[in-house]
Every structure is written in structure tokens, then in C-alpha cells.
Design a protein around this ligand. Structure first.
Ligand SMILES: NC(=O)CC[C@H](N)C(=O)O
Length: 189
């Protein structure tokens, strides 16, 4: 059985845990550095990227996780998680993991009140439309050639993959749809 971690320092953890379990995998909350061992992949959830970034360093998870990702460990960043993985952030000077060759814009759609839902077919993931929930979401403003764009909304990139790294601006864990989780678990072996 695959063992998938969800970084549980801050943000929306339990919904990811439930989706992973619904797909027949073991799901574990990760709060300490040694809990990174023996995982087949890790989800970095939505929340507040500045706070999660600080806690990553405080717990000592930062360095080990960065090394693991660089050696091919599968990770999926949703929303704040996407910001943590991005090489650069247009409107924030914070330095996070910087493992993925994308530039992001934080809060690109405005404040909480501008949250919205959209349906899209993401061809790599499913032939059926997937509901996409955006909450104070970032989007990707630049990708390097080695990054595969998976989905755009209104011409902005909202899902992308670079080898072992997957990012989505939206929150599939807040819907009943399991397709994105199934796709990520397929990346974990
Ligand atoms: N839902 C989310 O994860 C929002 C991300 C948040 N706006 C940030 O910049 O960290």
C-alpha cells in the first residue's frame, strides 16, 4: 500500500488525508522531520505560505525536504503549497523551497471574497471536467521549458508538472472529485 504524507504544520490537512484514504492509500500527517522517511510522496496543502514557510524551517523539515525533492521525491503543492515550491514569487520577497522552475503571483485573484469555482477538463488527468476551487489563489506567471502546463484558466496557468513536482492553484480536496489525487498518487511509486 502506498504511504502518502500531508504536511500538517498549518492549513487544510484533513481533507487531503480523507481523499488519499478514499483512494486506498495510507495517509499520514507530517509534523516532524523524521516523518518524511518511508513516504511515497508528500502533499503540501493550502494555507498561508509565509506561516508554513517559517514552520518548515523551525521544525527542521526544510533542508531534508528540499534535498529529497531534488532527488526525485514526489510532491504536490496546492495553493500555498505551490508558492512554497516556486523558484520565484513576483509579489513577495520570501524564500521558500524554490525547487520548481515556475514564477508565481500570490493572491493573484484578489482577496477571500474573490474566491470562485470553475469546471475544466485537464486532459492529462481525466476526460471529465473537474471542479476547481480557488481561494485567495496564486497563479503561475512564468514557466521554464522543462515545466509541463496542465491547465489554464483565463489564460493563466493554474496547474503544472515538472517531473516529480505537481502544483495546482486550486483545491481538489475541497470537492468530492478524486481525480487530481489519483493522478498524484500515480506519480508516487
Ligand atoms: N488557499 C491558499 O492556500 C491561499 C494561499 C495564500 N493566499 C498565500 O499566499 O499563502
Amino acid at each position: 500500500m502506498k504511504k502518502i504524507g500531508v504536511l500538517a504544520l498549518q492549513g487544510g490537512v484533513i481533507e487531503h488525508i480523507n481523499h488519499v484514504k478514499a483512494l486506498g492509500c495510507e495517509a499520514v500527517e507530517v509534523r516532524k522531520v523524521d516523518e518524511l522517511d518511508d513516504l511515497d510522496g508528500l502533499i503540501l496543502p493550502g494555507g498561508e505560505s509565509t506561516t508554513i514557510g517559517k514552520l518548515l524551517r523551525k521544525t527542521g523539515i526544510f533542508d531534508k525536504l528540499k534535498d529529497k525533492i531534488s532527488s526525485g521525491f514526489p510532491v504536490w503543492g496546492t495553493c500555498a503549497g505551490m508558492i512554497l515550491l516556486a523558484k520565484s514569487i513576483e509579489n513577495d520577497g520570501a524564500i521558500h523551497l524554490q525547487t520548481m522552475d515556475i514564477t508565481v503571483m500570490r493572491n493573484a485573484y484578489g482577496t477571500q471574497i474573490n474566491s470562485f469555482i470553475e469546471e475544466k477538463i485537464i486532459g492529462e488527468v481525466s476526460s471529465e471536467p473537474i471542479p476547481l476551487v480557488f481561494i485567495r489563489a496564486p497563479y503561475i506567471t512564468k514557466v521554464e521549458d522543462n515545466v509541463q502546463v496542465l491547465c489554464k484558466v483565463a489564460n493563466n496557468v493554474v496547474a503544472a508538472r515538472q517531473n516529480n513536482m505537481l502544483v495546482t492553484s486550486f483545491h481538489p480536496e475541497l470537492t468530492d472529485n478524486l481525480d487530481m489525487h489519483k493522478y498524484f498518487i500515480g506519480m508516487c511509486s
